[in-house]
Write a protein that binds this ligand. Sequence first.
Ligand code: B12
Length: 246
Amino acid sequence: MNSPKPWSDPTPVDTELLSELKRGVVEYDEAVVRSVCQTIIDRRMDAYMAIFEGLVPGMEQVGRLYDEQEYFVPELLMCADTLYAGLGLLQPHVISGGGTGGSKGNVILGAIEGDIHDIGKNLVKMVFKIAGFDVEDLGSDVPISRFVKKAAALDRPLVCVSMMMSTCFSRAKELVERIREAAPEARVMIGGSIVTEQTVEQLGCDGTADDAHHALREALAIMTSVGKLDKLGEPDNERGRPALAG
Ligand code: B12
């Protein structure tokens, strides 16, 4: 988890644009976010960095404002819409860098039943897809039986569960147990802002990560350990991230 961030240090101009992007998300100012994203694209700036150093920190700040009761659910919804507007513009400018060697394996991804948060899950999906995994996104609020059925139908899949709500803990435990029974060769990763190494141990999962790019590193290590990948499972470049457009 302590590896360096998988992008170059931003220049002072980049830093200014990233701050604007963050502010746009926090203030749910979609016009600002759209315009900054367009500038980022026009300047051929690193779209991946802009997502993870601009949009995501904006949403983290929103979470703090919610904790401090300065923001409530309506603000969260507007901030999420604003983030998605920016993501929609930036995402096409982050492309695959690891096209060699075909698929890196099957990933089943979803937010667990009872949980409708989908931003983190969708970022994990983006990063895994551009790295060469076949990702089946089951969506959010996904019943345990759907995860289990899909896991049993695929060859040594990696099941990625997103969980943002502590109320979902017992459901996650049941999910892991049922996957172990129905698909013993599947591996299970869990993540989300409330997930810790202790959660992973308590649930009997195979791994976790704090963010999407560390999730990719962990997924590659797991897929290599189950024999789904050989050394091609190395991250696509020395920074451990998919390469960028342009
Ligand atoms: C935005 C938000 C919402 C939005 C979600 C919009 C959407 N489309 O997703 C809305 C308004 C819908 C919402 C609703 C609710 N929310 Co809310 N929400 C948030 C908030 C502020 C930000 C979440 C977010 O998007 N973060 C940004 C993304 C990029 O980060 P991330 O999700 O953590 O994802 C990264 C990593 O965790 C990791 N990751 C994610 N998934 C996975 C999976 C795997 C396998 C791996 C390896 C890694 C990984 O990689 C991601 C990308 O880098 C959080 C605060 C927080 N601290 O998390 C609260 C928070 C999650 N919400 C909370 C609550 C309580 C609620 C509500 C109950 C509020 C209410 N009274 O109605 C409802 C619950 C609805 C439900 N049943 O799910 C609580 C949960 C508390 C708890 N311990 O259970 C939080 C923590 C706020 C708080 N501090 O109280 N919420």
